[in-house]
Design a protein around this ligand. Structure first.
Ligand code: ZN
Length: 524
């Protein structure tokens, strides 16, 4: 039996050779040895295929759905299998090639690289390579809301990362984040396809009025909290926390008052009950399968005070919840697609307290949600959290896809820009944005060369950011997609432009967290 890997290694350009046999333009980094077979991915025009070149009887390569043809290489008879990038082939690939399956990342410093279109992973991997980042990537990350708005399924999100990882030959491992889960149905849908990180979002149970309620109202609300589910009483909480000095290191001390605990219990009591139940449901649902949890309380109306963070983390721990990262809502504004808006000194002071709590009560990572484009705070977060940080991005990669469109198909980009302006007021409702329609750039006044600058103008950028779902799902009268198919088409025809835009932009996110760069202290 021929030893295929060594047979190929004798040929100077094995990639081109296999490409000729398969009649595909093979992605060079996708070449993967599997026993005495070679797996690869290639494209022919816009179509992509999985290939398997083998000297083994094809029947022994289990799981893949490939069509086999006899081929010959240097006079050796081989079998070449080709098939679509189907869910079945993605599942077979994950079973056969360990690095294509997502893993738990634990407490490793990490970055979430959300990919709403499902074609950005190669660009994300190139950004990681360019910066020699030691952040471990989450390459499959989408919230239920994003999946609804992009008309994508949890399976598609997982499979897109699988194929991107093979295409680029990323053997370093990656995570998968089922983001912002709010119900058991959300958990079921994501558990069924093998996500590893489950981000639990109790936003609907947070009482945002607790910050401003008078004590009478607070006490009335506290009486009605689900104490049975919380497995405690208000008196017991007071006894546990009030007046107890908490030394959290890094010169951070907290001494909760009865008022603070009353407000924290009122604001987050139901949220904690939800989180405990969701966590226990996950434990039962996942059984022996590996998984990990992020707690996200970032999407609330008011910032998470350090004493509230302390209270939530302590109560969740008491109730048996375990997590690797937690996203408080920090001070200042984390608007979509733009830099941090607020006082950097205030952010630093706030972040330092949250970081101390996360180290003392975990350790667990502090997660930065809406982390896209927050360039001014990355150095602060990197310095104060050290390795215990998770940066979560998503929308910014969609905007880089639009940048590639602006560069390669100005007519399509102009249409999307006009459409975004028409839908911004409606679509902004569920997002933290302050862009004003009147300040958006008018595509009619921009030359083709200027078009790409629209992506860097605050108001236009935010409008493009929040209208992604409407753009991707808009339909014509005949039921066909208005932009979706054309957008994917343009990006497939110009994939190197797309990857280059992603690589450049995401590298700017990763660089401040790179270990080789020393940050001069900004204060003191
Ligand atoms: Zn979030």
């Amino acid at each position: 039996m021929a030893d295929l890997p060594s047979l190929l290694s004798r040929n100077r350009d094995a990639v081109a050779l296999v490409g000729t046999l398969a009649d595909l333009e093979v992605f060079p980094r996708s070449f993967t040895t599997l026993g005495d077979s070679i797996l690869f991915m290639g494209r022919q025009g816009r179509a992509r295929q999985l290939g398997l070149l083998t000297s083994t009887d094809s029947a022994t390569i289990s799981g893949f759905d490939l069509e086999y043809h006899p081929v010959s290489l240097d006079g050796v008879a081989l079998s070449l299998g080709l098939g679509d990038l189907s869910p079945r082939n993605a599942a077979a690939l994950r079973a056969a090639v360990a690095f294509t399956e997502s893993t738990c990342l634990g407490l490793s410093k990490s970055v979430g690289l959300g990919d709403r279109l499902g074609i950005a992973t190669p660009g994300h991997i190139r950004a990681l390579r360019r910066t020699q980042s030691n952040m471990r990537p989450i390459l499959a990350q989408q919230s239920i809301r994003e999946m609804e708005r992009t008309a994508r399924t949890p399976q598609q999100v997982i499979d897109a990362a699988t194929w991107g990882v093979l295409q680029e030959g990323w053997t370093e491992g990656y995570g998968s984040d089922a983001d912002h889960l709010k119900t058991r149905e959300d958990i079921d849908a994501c558990a069924a396809v093998g996500f590893k990180l489950y981000t639990l979002d109790p936003r609907e149970y947070v009482d945002n009025t607790a910050d401003s309620s008078d004590m009478g109202t607070l006490m009335h609300k506290i009486e009605k909290l689900p104490w049975g589910r919380l497995e405690t009483t208000f008196l017991s909480l007071l006894a546990t926390y009030v007046g107890k000095r908490q030394d959290l290191g890094a010169n951070v001390q907290l001494v909760p008052t009865d008022q603070q605990i009353a407000r924290a219990a009122c604001k987050y009591g139901r949220a904690i009950a939800f989180l405990v139940e969701a966590y226990r449901y996950l434990v039962v649902t996942l059984g022996q399968r590996p998984f990990e949890v992020e707690i996200s309380i970032d999407e609330t109306d008011t910032p998470t005070k350090p004493v509230e963070h302390l209270f939530i983390a302590s109560e969740l721990r008491r109730l048996g919840v375990r997590w690797v990262s937690l996203a408080p809502r920090y001070v200042g504004r984390f608007e979509k697609g733009v830099d941090y808006i607020g006082d950097l000194t205030a952010f630093e002071a706030d972040f330092a307290q949250h970081a101390a709590i996360a180290r003392a009560l975990g350790p667990y990572k502090l997660s930065l949600h809406s982390g896209s484009d927050k360039f001014s705070i990355y150095p602060i977060a990197a310095r104060l959290a050290g390795e215990l940080v998770h940066l979560k991005t998503a929308g910014t990669s969609y905007l880089e896809a639009l940048r590639a469109v602006a560069r390669t198909d100005s007519a399509l980009f102009r249409e999307i820009l006009a459409f975004a302006a028409a839908h911004y007021e409606q679509d902004r409702a569920s997002y933290h944005v302050s862009a004003q329609l009147a300040r958006m750039l008018n595509p009619d006044t921009l030359s083709d060369e200027q078009l790409v600058t629209a992506l860097d103008q605050f108001d236009t950028r935010q409008a493009l950011h929040v209208t992604f779902g409407t753009v991707l799902t808009a339909k014509n009268a005949d039921g066909s997609y208005r932009f979706r198919d054309q957008l994917y088409d343009v990006l497939a025809c110009n994939e190197e432009v797309h990857y280059a835009a992603l690589e450049t932009h995401l590298a700017r996110h990763l660089q401040p967290f790179a270990p080789t760069i020393g940050f001069p202290p900004t204060r003191g």
